[in-house]
Design a protein around this ligand. Structure first.
Ligand code: ADP
Ligand code: ASP
Ligand code: MG
Length: 406
């Protein structure tokens, strides 16, 4: 008998039929003699709909109230799934973040999990209940509700699996595993049987939302094996683990795209020490993460600095820089939100020069202009116009995976 954590994302619980399908997966696992803990996301697009609802009242709602609102989607799913399981003749109980002591810090909308209690969950398992837990939500030290970031139910599931010492954590979604690129954009992407934590972490951090990047980070830290599989097919999924067996290491493990990017350009800043420090310390002080940075060569004692931030932080970044315009002394400031970051990821890159140029060639072959470039030992990222992102993904993917699907 094993202890298995199964997480179901929004599309897997989107309606009554899908919910009953999930109940079947869960009860089949239970009937085989396993203890089962289920973690659920809000149904379908409920979280987005709640966000829109909030904006009907206030363009900048209070973060505390926002989390109070957004966390409700998961609570609806948990209760409905417990009902569906009971209707199928199995014992089940739903629990929310408060009941399992899922304590986070107070960073509303992107809270970090600090601790979790296993007492109630174990008691329910001992009663032979299937335990259905709300993903995404937590409580802070004031017992206020927090949420742990979009896509965060994966991380809730891994946290529960780690705390309870589960034998595995299965992430059920609407694709049957991790592919070499988003199969919705690159139809001939290849399904991976296995992928390492490190490669998955990089792919997830660069935009492959099939797994929340913090869930991969946590699973790696605690050695929790993850499996990504479809709730709608019975095909084997992708195992995410420390070491994978490959006959020969592939150069790159995948292509990822991130649309949550905005590009801010400041022109004619003074070319003197301390200017970059001042800009990025102002943004850092407001917890705005900066990703790619490009600085032009100084000319006539001036220089330009261009950088990217997450789209939802761009307006705040602009406000802060505008407030300090006199001190920073730039001539103009522009912001482009119609940009995407396309990246290739792979540990094989370290020992293979020329990978970046192959990527650039693939972009050139379909006429895609590169606006910014950033590289590390295991990834190359380019910033391009969003309108070009699908063709860019397909061309880059076909270059490395030897396909003709552009
Ligand atoms: P869930 O609601 O189940 O959490 P998500 O929408 O968060 O599902 O994640 C699943 C989606 O991730 C897929 O539908 C797919 O379009 C997308 N995706 C992006 N990159 C990849 C990839 N490399 N492999 C598989 N799916 C990917
Ligand atoms: N419902 C939340 C979201 O849409 C959390 C999740 O789905 O993982 O982001
Ligand atoms: Mg998800």
């Amino acid at each position: 008998m094993a202890l298995i954590v199964q997480k179901f994302g929004g599309s897997s619980v989107a309606n009554a039929e899908r919910m009953r399908n999930v109940a079947k997966i869960v009860t089949d696992t239970y009937s085989q003699g396993n203890d089962v803990i289920v973690v659920v996301s809000a149904q379908g697009d409920v979280t987005d709909e709640l966000l829109e609802k909030a904006h009907e009242f206030n363009p900048h709602p209070s973060p505390r109230e926002m989390d109070m609102l957004l966390s409700t989607g998961e609570q609806v799913s948990a209760a409905l799934l417990a009902m569906a399981i009971k209707a199928a003749g199995f014992p089940a109980v739903s629990l929310n973040a408060w009941q399992i002591g899922m304590v986070t810090d107070s960073t509303y909308s992107n809270a970090r999990i600090k601790s979790l209690s296993d007492e109630r969950i174990r008691a329910e398992l001992n009663r032979r209940n299937i335990v259905v837990i709300t993903g995404f939500q937590g409580i802070n030290k004031f017992y206020d509700i927090t949420t742990i970031g979009r896509g965060g139910s994966d991380t809730s599931a891994v946290a529960v699996a780690v705390k309870l010492g589960a034998d595995c954590c299965q992430i059920y979604t609407d694709v049957d595993g991790v592919y070499t690129a988003d199969p919705r954009i690159v139809p001939d992407a290849l399904k991976l049987d296995e992928i390492t934590f490190d490669e998955m972490l990089e792919l997830a951090s660069l935009g492959a939302q099939v797994l929340h990047n913090r869930s991969v980070e946590m699973a790696k830290r605690f050695g929790m094996q993850l499996e990504v599989l479809s709730s709608m097919s019975h095909r084997p999924g992708t195992k995410v683990k420390e070491v994978v067996k490959k006959m020969e290491s592939t150069l790159i493990s995948g292509v990822a795209k991130d649309d949550n990017v905005a590009c801010i350009a400041l022109t004619q800043l003074q070319d003197r020490p301390g200017v970059a420090y001042r800009i990025f310390s102002l943004l850092g002080g407001a917890h705005i993460n900066v990703d790619i940075i490009l600085q032009s060569i100084g000319r006539n004692d001036t220089k330009d600095i261009t950088f990217t931030v997450a789209k939802n932080t761009a307006d705040e970044a602009l406000e802060i820089l505008e407030e300090h315009k006199d001190e920073l002394g730039f001539e103009s400031m522009t912001c482009d939100k119609d940009v995407s970051k396309v990246s290739i990821v792979g540990s094989g890159m370290i020992n293979n020069p020329g990978i970046a140029s192959q990527m650039f060639e693939a972009l050139y072959s379909v006429g895609v202009n590169i606006r910014m470039i950033s590289t590390s030992e295991i990834k190359v990222s380019v910033l391009i116009d969003s309108a070009d992102s699908a063709i860019a993904m397909r061309s880059v993917h076909s270059k490395f995976f030897n396909r003709n699907g552009v």
